[in-house]
Design a protein around this ligand. Structure first.
Ligand SMILES: *[C@@H]1O[C@H](CO)[C@@H](O)[C@H](O)[C@H]1NC(C)=O
Ligand SMILES: *[C@@H]1O[C@H](CO)[C@@H](O)[C@H](O)[C@H]1NC(C)=O
Length: 275
């Protein structure tokens, strides 16, 4: 009997402890908040990176057949080949969009410094009542890194830079085979070429092989077309590098020219709507 009642006391203590833990956790940016905020960021970056895939598509239209004599193909064959390669670009873009969400999520919620932990040491903001949003004042006041939405809101500029740097490196590597953005110099993976990059190896390369297979007359020009694609990928890669110059070490307080200022407010309000 004595043992039993002691067990009951412990159960009570544990319940109280769990209850305390739960009521602390409700303050944090929890699963739904994490997913929504990551989606909000990813949607914006998807818009920005779609510009590079558009360039890729346009350039394929303009110069896939550069240096191939017009006697080697009919206009229908050319149109089909271009369409097939542009479809490959669309597939590559879709794959990128999926990976983009994961990168954004990990950058905010998994990488260091992580937005988690106690937001009451020291106390800065009061937890709003149920159904009431956090405020911009909370966003301003929550000036250290911890788990609640106002903290993420406060550090939004820093988070954005972390995400931008990672995405720019990844996109450059997927398209160009290596990244010049890292440290502004030699890439992490020893300077791979566009041929080895994901977009060529997994999408454009196989599409070109298919085109040549279905139009045997083009076979002798496969190397030329391959060269053209390589050139196009390098142009797009340079475009990415040029646009992300503001991320280079020592670039100063330059901003992403394509990021629309209102998006910051949109994401902040979304964050603050998770009390
Ligand atoms: C969060 O995402 C869910 C599912 O995508 C959506 O239904 C909900 O409206 C979003 N909430 C906010 C505040 O954006
Ligand atoms: C909380 O914020 C969201 C997003 O800005 C907004 O749609 C909603 O009306 C706000 N709720 C309250 C109670 O103010």
């Amino acid at each position: 009997m004595k043992v039993f009642s002691r067990t009951r006391i412990w159960t009570g203590v544990i319940t109280t402890f769990l209850f305390t833990l739960t009521s602390n956790v409700t303050e944090a940016c929890e699963r739904q908040c994490q997913l929504n905020v990551s989606h909000a960021f990813a949607d914006k970056y998807q818009l920005l990176s779609s510009l590079h895939f558009s360039t890729l598509s346009t350039k394929i239209d303009q110069s896939l057949f550069h240096g191939v004599p017009t006697t080697a193909y009919s206009s229908t064959e050319a149109a089909n080949a271009i369409q097939h390669l542009q479809e490959a670009v669309t597939k590559a873009q879709r794959a990128w969009d999926v990976s983009l969400f994961r990168t954004v999520f990990d950058t905010i919620f998994v990488d260091e410094p992580q937005f988690r932990g106690d937001c009451n040491e020291p106390h800065r903001v009061d937890q709003p009542a149920l159904g009431v949003n956090w405020t911009m004042t909370d966003c301003h006041a929550m000036d250290y890194i911890c788990g609640n939405p106002p903290s993420i809101c406060h550090f939004l500029p820093m988070i954005k830079t972390r995400i931008e740097r990672k995405l720019a490196e990844q996109l450059e590597t997927k398209i160009g085979g290596s990244s010049k953005i890292v440290g502004g110099g030699v890439s992490e993976n020893g300077g791979g070429s566009a041929d080895e990059a994901d977009v060529y190896a997994n999408f454009l390369g196989p599409a070109l092989s298919k085109v040549v297979m279905t139009h045997p007359k083009l076979e002798v020009y496969q190397a030329t077309m391959h060269g053209n694609l390589n050139q196009i990928l390098e142009v797009v890669r340079d475009q990415i590098v040029g646009e992300t110059a503001y991320l280079a070490p020592g670039a100063g307080p330059v901003r992403n020219a394509k990021w629309i200022a209102e998006w910051d407010l949109e994401i902040k309000l979304l964050l603050l709507s998770f009390p």
